[in-house]
Design a protein around this ligand. Sequence first.
Ligand code: HMG
Length: 430
Amino acid sequence: MQSPHGVGIEAISVCVPRYWLPLTALAEANGVEPAKYAVGLGVEGMAVTHPNEDAVTMAVEASDALLKRYDIDRHSIGLLVVGSETGVDAAKPIAAYVHGLLGLPFACRTLDTKHACYSATAALALARDWCAGSGRGRKALIIATDIARYEVGSAGEPTQGAGAVAMLVGDHPSVFVFEPYREAFFARHVMDFWRPHYRSTAIVDGPASVESYLAALESTYADFERHSGLGWDDFEYLLFHVPFPKMACKAFKLLYEREVARRNGSGMTQALGEAFESRTVPSLWPNRAMGNLYSGSLYASLAGLLERGDGSVEGARAGLFSYGSGCCGEFFSGRVGPDAAAWRGKIDIAGQIKRRTRLDYTGYISFREQSARLAEEGSHTGGAVPGGHFGRVAFLGIKDHQRVYESSPRPAVSDTPFLPAYNASAHTGK
Ligand code: HMG
């Protein structure tokens, strides 16, 4: 039976890595005019992971904060899906590590989804359907976690970043409510961005990736308009996958100009810049400070909008565009949930950004090199790398082909299944 409240996000939390590099320092090292990064790409800083941070630790930090700040009973979680491009193993999902490190119940389905930056949106779609159907009141924990890494000195380097976003999906959504059937997809095989198993850095055809992103947006938006009955005037906010903030600007411009053409050049109530300022800019501040989070970029924007939004954000409709290279795109809509006062103070992206430690270029290169060493068999020789003991969990390297995590406190293994009374025959008719 459909919940009268709908299905959506009940809680959202972001893990901001503890270190960052101002892009002025990267511009100086690369001999590039700083304005190219600050204005041309719209990025001010990028999150840099400490060697003891990886996709697993960031996922755990984001989820741990979520469970504590929103006072969530972990036994209510029956589905855990991690969307990531930064898989740590070809077979074992990140979700398995996270499940253990959080001490989630045994009665839980765990898996990872993969399609570059689209992966978390695919995970959310799975959660949405599960919560509306066989979830029977249980919650789904969806995590987007990634480290965006390109070659040193490459054109992609200023669009790096890292972070994780954890979202609890259920049938009492107070944060963001999905609108049923208001979604459109686009998929096409294209080699715009990929990362073979043997590499820690992505290979990218930058111009082709920008072109493919915009083509996917145009197609999904047109399809969405045709099937949803919604159009330009129905959205208070438009949020996009943000590899770098200027990309959101290009995406917004495409939709705006499309609408101008549809109206034969007349009837727009706002000029392009003004419309962009009111509908998209309020969501972009985390991306400017953290860089590309890959799967988490769109959802860090959503969290940013919610954290900074004034009272008017409650009940507002947002259109969200998710893009994953390779490629798959999706445009969907939802409404910001009620009771912003209850969740706004719990997101805390700004506080984490403020508490970060600034690196210089040498520190950034050193972290990269140490991370590469820790990713090799036999790298675990003891404790954390200096400056690495700061969170709930640390990645200490690899021993006997197994990743070693130190967790504080140690999670209690949970054997308490949460299975609400369920009469199968009532559902199957048998
Ligand atoms: P580039 O070679 O730096 O490009 O690569 P550029 O020379 O065209 O410069 C970029 C912008 O800076 C241009 O503005 C210049 O005019 C401007 P635009 O024409 O685009 O409006 N500029 C300046 N502005 C002010 N002052 C100056 C100045 N100089 C130049 N002095 C590129 C840029 C994004 C291609 C590169 O960084 C890259 O390859 N990044 C990685 C790929 C990427 O982010 N693609 C985005 C779409 S694909 C996607 O989003 C998926 C992804 O997230 C992966 C996934 O799905 O998992 C990547």
